[in-house]
Structure formats: C-alpha cells, structure tokens
Write a protein that binds this ligand. Sequence first.
Ligand SMILES: CC(C)(COP(=O)(O)OP(=O)(O)OC[C@H]1O[C@@H](n2cnc3c(N)ncnc32)[C@H](O)[C@@H]1OP(=O)(O)O)[C@@H](O)C(=O)NCCC(=O)NCCSC(=O)CCC(=O)O
Length: 338
Amino acid sequence: MTFRLRAAHSDDLEPLYEMAKLTGGGFTNLPPDRTALGAKLARAATAFARTEDGVCDEQFVLVLENTETGEVRGTCQLFTQVGQQWPFYSYRLNTLTQHSQELDRTVRAEMLSLVTDLEGSSEVGGLFLHPNERAGGLGLLLARSRYLFIAMHRARFADRILAELRGIIDERGGSPFWDGVAGRFFGMTFQEADYFNAINGNQFIADLMPKHPVYVAMLSKTARSAIGVPHPSGRAAMRMLENENFAAEGYVDIFDGGPTMTAKTDRVKSIAEAVSGTVDRVDLEKGERALLATGQLSNFRSCYGARHISEDGTISVNSQAADTLGLSAGDTVWSVSR
Ligand SMILES: CC(C)(COP(=O)(O)OP(=O)(O)OC[C@H]1O[C@@H](n2cnc3c(N)ncnc32)[C@H](O)[C@@H]1OP(=O)(O)O)[C@@H](O)C(=O)NCCC(=O)NCCSC(=O)CCC(=O)O
C-alpha cells in the first residue's frame, strides 16, 4: 500500500467529517461538524492560493491519501500565526516561593496565570490517523511531512511553533480540569462547552475566563492531577513532538489543562535537517530511507521513499516514490532522513 500526503481540497469534506466522528470529542481542530469543517477547508484554499511570502494569519490542511484506492485516511493542519483575530490565551504554571522567618518555613505555591505569551507563534495540530491505519509509521509520515512543508515555505511561518495536546477526559466524557477551573464560571458541562467550542470557536472561553491567577492548591485533586497531562490517545503525538525538540515549558490549555508544547521553528529536527536538491535519477535501488516532498502550496505532496544525495547535491530517489510524487529528473525535491 502506498500513501501520499497532499493539500486538502473541498472534496475532502466527507472523509474529514467521517474521521472527525471517530475522535471521541475534545479535539478542537477536527470538529464533527460539516459547516465548521467546510469553513476550515475554504480558509485553507485561500492560504494555498496566496503566493506571496510573509507571515499572516493562515491555516493549511493536508490529507493522507491511499494512492491505490484514493481514500483519505488521515489529516493534519498548520496555523501560521495564532492569536491575531482573538487573543491566544494559555495558562502558565508559575511558582511563588515565600518564607516566614518566625515559622522558619518556606512555602511554594503553584499558580496558573492567564497569559498571551504564545501569541504570534505558528501551530501544528489536528493530527489524526484513521484507527485502522495506526502503529505502522503513518502517524510519523503525517506529523513530519508538516515540518517539510514548513521548511519548503519557511517565510510563511513564525520563529516559534507550538502544539496543543488534548487533556484528560474521563469515562463520562467530562474533563476534570474543566470541572475544577473554567467550568465553575460558565454554568456549562465540558461536553456542552466542547460542542459550542467546535461550532463557534473558543472566544467565549477567553471572554468568561477568570482573569486572576488560580492557586493550584485550591483545586480538587482530580483537577490538579490533570494539569499538563495529555489524553492517553495523545501519547504518540507527544512522543513525536519530543523527538522533534518540542518541550512542555509550563503552558497548559485553559479549557482542558492539556500540555502546550513549544519549539523554536528552526530547531525542530525535521526542519533543521531538511535538504533540497535537484532530482538526478528516479530508479534508485538501494538508498537511505527518507521522507520526500515536492511541489509548492496546493501542489505539495510527500511520501516515504529512499534517497541518495550525491556530492554535487543532486538527489536520486527510488522509482516507487518517484511515481507516488510524480517526480522526474530536474525536479526539486526536499527530503529528511527517516
Ligand atoms: C497521533 C497519531 C496520528 C499517531 O499515529 P500512529 O499511532 O500510527 O503512530 P506511529 O507512526 O505508529 O508512531 C509514532 C510514534 O509514536 C510512538 N507511540 C505510538 N504509540 C505510543 C504510545 N501509546 N505511547 C508513547 N509513544 C507511542 C511510536 O513508537 C512512534 O515513535 P518512535 O518512532 O519514536 O518509535 C495517531 O495515534 C492518532 O490519530 N491518534 C488519535 C488522535 C490524536 O490524539 N492526535 C493528536 C492530537 S494532538 C495534535 O494534533 C497536536 C500535535 C501535533 O499536531 O503534532
């Protein structure tokens, strides 16, 4: 079976909707709502169509396609500049240390402070692979292809990049962090808020969120233990982010407490190691396993393959990858070791 990533277009609405229904909720970037997904695809079409360089508030959607059946089996997204239309709020976990001489006691209090520190960053998100295709390396293809896309369109992205991981959700679909923090100010369950959020965006959360720092010690044990902890199904995503040099630096989602991971864009491993070259031969038999990508914007496509980089910088690729990407000698290809 051969898989290829490509730019999403409006015909991908139904498969995206079918996948969105499988996420189990709380997955902000992939709501199971045709109107919201259609708007996302329209926004991506505008981003793919703009050819000037420079960072502005845009969003790209990519899909993973089985090249034999044409079926869409996975998706991922890139946001170039968060916090432009509305503030991008996060909770930052801070520590306040105080000392009493009379008691000879030092007390450390952890606090969650509402901040907009990450405003202006780029974001990767909406990573989803159909459950039947998991554990075979396709998740890595999906995630890492985005970094090749960034390397290939570097001027369209900011110098810092973030990824938000979904937080803990209990058996009833509730969020212990929501129940302990924001939920107290909204008069809504997490599921109601999640649904409203999927359809209308999360501005209402920012509007009604308490603006003062929250002392962690005053939260329930279940809310406390959800701070900065990813949903179990997000562990693979977290592992992949860590492998790319992203780190959790104390920022958590104001909604579900899930960790926000950040990195300097040029230090993301797959971006730093991505190289471009002109295709020499397309019949390579033995080479280094690699991710290969080609094409600009709406014509972007990527897949797994094999490469050999010659001393003059030209690159030979295996015939299957060349077929999958439609490559011939003289084309430009970007690659990174697998
Ligand atoms: C995240 C993906 C796409 C990953 O796909 P696969 O499970 O097929 O992954 P894979 O390619 O086989 O493996 C990727 C890497 O994760 C590791 N891995 C796999 N399962 C793991 C687990 N349970 N705990 C820790 N690590 C795990 C593998 O060893 C491998 O790392 P090594 O190579 O080191 O062995 C999928 O699991 C999925 O769709 N999950 C449900 C949706 C979801 O939670 N998406 C993330 C949302 S968060 C988001 O979108 C923001 C983050 C982002 O966009 O990057």
